[in-house]
Design a binder for this molecule. Structure first.
Ligand SMILES: NC(=O)c1ccc[n+]([C@@H]2O[C@H](COP(=O)([O-])OP(=O)(O)OC[C@H]3O[C@@H](n4cnc5c(N)ncnc54)[C@H](O)[C@@H]3O)[C@@H](O)[C@H]2O)c1
Ligand SMILES: [Zn+2]
Ligand SMILES: [Zn+2]
Length: 361
């Protein structure tokens, strides 16, 4: 039997979000219904509301979530009712050319639930990133559920579902930060701070946080930054070079998503170093670099999709490290809010007041 629950929808471009009754169908083959316990408020949810991602209104927002599997459809074997899971937006297919080459974190054919959740009048909803978890329950593909240790707080666990995993993975997976490396992170919001935490975990010797907001730099220190640079006041390329013996950092992570900060990342890295772009640019942005510098400086220019994470490999380990006191994921939860407070949480996010507001159900 389909169930009726409360959920937060974005009804139309730039209209305020509101709580509505959502109809959640029983899980079909390969699907699962999850009772959501917590879901972080991410910029991407705001972009959906503003019409910046697609025009498929109404959206069911929310995608950084953890909860308990309530029921599963036919053929689901990896998770069972009662499992505590973190949701991800890249359920890998196992059959595409990336999966078949043993690189499933790049999967080119990820999937979501086939059935649609609806409003009570039958209007189909578009779940944000194929999740839609600002709701008491949501329907996902079973592969979007990764079982983790239930001892962790749901508000903390859900963060791995998006931005925090993107940052951690940008350092650990894409940047391959190693013991003794010097690392610079440009842009210290949730993603950049997670990259700092990831670099700390990987054993980086020097971690330079760059931002234009002193509040963000102070927070970055608490997550492991050894040095901070306010790039409004100081040239960040010069500053990073000065702090690294005149050479530049081994790995520079760009977590803003702009051509000017990408250029800073490019020149703030040592010869043969690595640049990781985890910030997401907008379609009109262009980058111009002397091709000779691209060649002459060597190394690797990489992009990081969702931290190049493989949920089944990464989520349980990161939760275990957190529970052992080795990864301060709780530091990313600035506040917890109710389902009807998402609009207010967007405001605070817009003003840079929070790393993450988390809806707790
Ligand atoms: N690659 C992925 O899979 C993935 C996943 C989630 C988010 N993201 C992207 O990561 C980026 C950061 O996300 P977030 O949630 O941390 O955002 P955020 O707004 O919380 O943080 C951005 C930070 O950059 C700083 N900043 C802005 N302009 C700057 C400049 N010119 N120089 C230095 N710092 C500057 C801000 O002060 C802020 O601290 C976004 O582009 C987001 O879309 C990527
Ligand atoms: Zn695949
Ligand atoms: Zn997100």
């Amino acid at each position: 039997m389909a169930q009726e629950v409360r959920g937060v929808i974005a009804p139309g471009k730039d209209e305020p979000v509101r709580v509505e009754t959502i109809v959640v169908p029983d899980p079909g083959p390969g699907e699962a219904v999850v009772r959501v316990q917590a879901c972080g408020v991410c910029h991407t949810d705001l972009h959906y509301k503003q019409g910046g991602i697609s025009d498929d209104f109404p959206f069911l927002l929310g995608h950084e979530a953890a909860g308990v599997v309530e029921s599963v459809g036919a053929g689901v074997t990896d998770v069972a009712p009662g499992d505590f899971v973190v949701l991800n937006w890249r359920a890998v297919c196992g059959n595409c050319r990336a999966c078949l080459r043993g690189r499933p974190w790049y999967c080119f054919d990820t999937h979501n639930a086939k059935q649609k959740m609806t409003l009570t009048d039958g209007t189909e909803l578009s779940p944000a990133l194929g999740i839609g978890a600002f709701a008491e329950k949501t329907l996902v593909a079973a592969g979007q559920c990764t079982k983790v240790d239930p001892a962790v707080s749901p508000a903390v666990a859900g963060l791995l579902g998006c931005g925090v995993m993107a940052g951690l993975g940008a350092a650990i997976n894409t940047g391959d930060v190693g013991r003794g490396d010097s690392v610079a992170v440009i842009g210290c919001g949730g993603v950049g701070d997670a990259a700092i935490a990831g670099a700390t975990l990987a054993g980086a010797a020097k971690i330079i946080a760059v931002d234009i907001d002193d509040r963000k730099l102070a927070k970055a220190r608490t997550l492991g930054a050894t040095h901070t640079v306010n790039s409004k006041e100081t040239d960040p390329v010069e500053a990073v070079r000065e702090l690294t013996g005149g050479f530049g950092a081994d790995v520079v992570i760009e977590a803003v998503g702009r051509p000017d900060t990408y250029q800073q990342a490019f020149y703030a890295r040592d010869l043969a170093g690595t640049v990781v772009l985890v910030g997401v640019p907008t379609p009109e942005m262009k980058l111009e670099l002397p091709l000779l510098d691209v060649f002459g400086r060597g190394g690797a220019l990489k992009s990081s999709w969702y931290g190049d994470c493989l949920p089944s490999r990464d989520f349980p380990v990161l939760i275990d490290l957190h529970l052992q006191g080795r990864l301060p994921l709780d530091a990313f939860v600035t506040e917890t809010v109710r389902l009807d407070e998402v609009e207010k949480a967007f405001e605070r996010m817009h003003h840079g007041d929070v790393l993450r507001s988390v809806v707790v159900l």
